[in-house]
Design a protein around this ligand. Structure first.
Ligand code: F6R
Length: 652
């Protein structure tokens, strides 16, 4: 069961918004863990604001080292808010950014100059000329000289009072990629493949992504008097663990911060999820052995020892720091059976409930035997990628299945694909003399703009419309494949998504309204939503927030009294085994069928626009994930299935 998404359990008298602390940690750098990025960013922004004010009182300049990327955006937003609402002035602030792509024109869409202006400088009163960003236009033979003078300039202001950092999935800080030395200075760097793959999101393709960047060196970063590193989301969890708990090594440049006397990691719960104190809290502190913790500990022990749950012995528990569990709760034999039964009861081939069966120990209610199910799909293919097997079963078992496609997904269609469709329409209309000159003109204009489009340009409205149509057609094709009527596919086109850029608008009233409308129309007994918070653009998170808010507002309606919400995970991560409340198995044939359903999304096959750092295709990721979940159940001693889709219930 998961509780409110943004509030973590308070086991130590901690107030909401305060970081989680524990007595002993395995972390070698002070670390504050917050429930979410918003609370965390607020705390960091406060620290920066206090520093700025303190320096103002002393009549001094405040010298800040700043970062770009997705992580600091919420900090900048809070600083802007404080400037507007609380009179925080930046008149004494001087800033130096960590890095810039090379080569890069300052007004290009992806430049860090543009980023900083849009995210901070244009909205506060920092004097023009007080901010510095490495220059992506200096000729290559002048970069070394430029780099030296950048560092000298920092020195001329007395060094950095405060350095804000993000962290790359490979452990980079700034663009100090793995292999960077602790004594490295500001310089031109070759970007790591994984960094370029992540940045390809912004550039449209790997080929258009710069290969180099100018970055402040590790020495320059470590010279700051205070360093605060931010990380949000579970994609960062493995690298956060390595940087905090591992040895100091150039293969994880962020681990160099272990040598700094005044560094702090500020992370959210998801980014902290691989830390020892989160993975195995019983090894770090005394814990309350509630059912959730017992399930987590027993499944962990079983996996670590490679022994099925039912074969764990008292000695296994004692040898692995869990003797207090035995002392407080009972012997291995009873614990094992209890957890085994709980795991067993999560498995069902009847995701909509099994008619005429005792449902006391099943994940879903038997009645009503035929349910209305509403699957929310953030992008047009998440329904089939993430829960295609369950989608098919719900339909085959006689439920009325609807899909709410939340966004158009238009930015993820390659230009060439859109051009193919635009040409098709223009040629078709010409051949048959179709009498709609305006419509033909739209496609003709789109085709022309696509032919002339430069890498850094945004799509025109017409092109975005065509790209959206392509994805809509693919989603309809999946629905036909599964067997649901096309009227049950609801295309919500949530407005927050329609910016034409990777950067989206914040969630607005209109977004929540379209979600409320479709729920009210369908009156579902089951809602399925993507509880996947780790997608690289954050779209899934916004889509989920809209559903949570819509459900909260509707919860007193009669039809909502019968409605259960199930969360599935997207293509990027799976629920932890101890969290899963419903696991729907698939046979080998059902898995192949799901693959064919995913193939309907042809624009997302073979070198997609937003590949991310994972080079596998979506159907491969989905299959490997579903097989891994089944494998895990089997490893814990349960029956061996080919694959499984997993769900967690959200109680609203
Ligand atoms: C940005 C920078 C990089 C990013 C890092 C994390 O100026 O130097 O080190 O901080 O790549 O990026 P996000 O925050 O987008 O995950």
């Amino acid at each position: 069961m998961i509780s409110e998404p943004s509030v973590i359990e308070n086991t130590s008298g901690r107030q909401p918004g305060e970081p989680v602390q524990s007595a002993i940690t395995y972390e070698k750098i002070p670390t504050h863990i917050y429930a979410d990025a918003k609370d965390a960013s607020r705390a960091v922004a406060h620290e920066i604001a206090d520093l700025i004010r303190e320096k103002q009182q002393q009549g001094k300049l405040c010298v800040l080292g700043l970062a770009t990327g997705s992580s600091p955006k919420t900090v900048y937003a809070e600083l802007i808010r404080q400037h507007r609402e609380e009179g925080l002035s930046f008149h004494n602030v001087v800033t130096f950014n960590l890095d810039e792509y090379y080569p890069m024109e300052p007004d290009s869409l992806q430049s860090y100059v543009r980023f900083m202006k849009e995210q901070l400088f244009d909205h506060v009163d920092i004097p023009e000329g007080n901010y510095h960003i490495p220059d992506g236009t200096v000729p290559v033979n002048k970069v070394a000289e430029f780099s030296r003078s950048y560092e000298e300039k920092i020195q001329s202001y007395g060094g950095l009072d405060f350095q804000l950092l993000g962290i790359g999935g490979n452990g980079h800080i700034g663009f100090n990629e793995p292999g960077s030395l602790i004594n490295s200075h500001t310089r031109l760097m070759m970007l790591d493949h994984s960094t370029r793959a992540a940045a390809a999101m912004d550039f449209g393709s790997l080929a258009k992504t710069p290969k180099k960047a100018i970055t402040m060196g590790v020495t320059s970063i470590l010279a700051a008097r205070r360093v605060v590193l931010l990380a949000w989301g579970e994609r960062k969890a493995p690298v956060i663990r390595a940087a905090l708990e591992g040895t100091v090594t150039e293969s994880i440049p962020a681990s160099f911060l272990q040598t700094h006397r005044n560094a702090l990691f500020v992370i959210d719960q998801a980014a902290a999820s691989d830390l020892t104190r989160m993975q195995t809290p019983w090894l770090v502190d005394t814990v309350e052995w509630d059912n959730h913790m017992i399930k987590k500990a027993v499944t962990y022990l079983s996996r670590t020892l490679g022994k099925p749950v039912l074969k764990l012995t008292n000695k296994d528990y004692n040898d692995n720091g869990m003797s207090d569990l035995l002392a407080q709760v009972g012997q291995a034999y009873d614990l094992n059976i209890d957890v085994f039964n709980q795991l067993q009861q999560t498995i069902t081939g009847w995701p909509g409930g099994k008619p005429n069966a005792d449902d006391k120990k099943r994940p879903e209610r038997a009645l009503p035997a035929s349910k209305r199910c509403l699957i929310f799909s953030p992008h047009p293919d998440d329904d089939i990628i993430s829960m295609g097997g369950t989608f098919q079963r719900l339909h085959d078992q006689g439920h009325e299945v609807h899909v709410g496609y939340q966004t158009s997904g238009n930015i993820a269609v390659a230009d060439d694909e859109a051009l193919r469709f635009a040409d098709y329409v223009v040629d078709f209309n010409e051949k048959f003399g179709i009498d709609s000159p305006e419509a033909t003109q739209i496609f003709r204009d789109a085709a022309e703009s696509l032919r002339e489009k430069k890498g850094s340009e945004m799509d025109t409205d017409e092109v975005r419309y065509i790209k959206g149509l392509i994805r809509k057609g693919e989603a309809k094709s999946t629905c036909r494949f599964v067997g649901i009527p096309v009227e049950n596919a609801h295309f919500l086109n949530m407005p927050f998504y329609e910016t034409g850029k990777v950067e989206k608008k914040p969630l607005g009233e209109a977004d929540i309204q379209v979600v409320m409308d479709v729920i009210t129309k369908v009156k579902p007994h089951q809602i399925y939503a993507a509880g996947d918070l780790a997608d690289p653009h954050g779209t899934h998170k916004v889509c989920l927030d809209a559903i949570f808010e819509a459900v909260r507002r509707l919860k007193n309606e009669d039809f909502m009294q019968d409605c259960w919400v199930w969360l599935y995970r997207g293509a990027w991560a799976e629920w932890d085994i101890h969290e899963i409340e419903m696991a729907v198995p698939m046979s080998p044939d059902q898995l192949v069928r799901k693959r064919l359903g995913i193939f309907k999304h042809q624009s997302q096959k073979d070198g997609v626009v937003y590949q991310g750092t994972d080079s596998r295709e979506f159907w491969q990721r989905a299959e490997e994930r579903n097989k891994a979940t089944a494998g895990l159940y089997n490893q814990l001693g349960l029956a061996e299935y080919e694959a499984m889709e997993a769900f967690v219930r959200w109680h609203f």
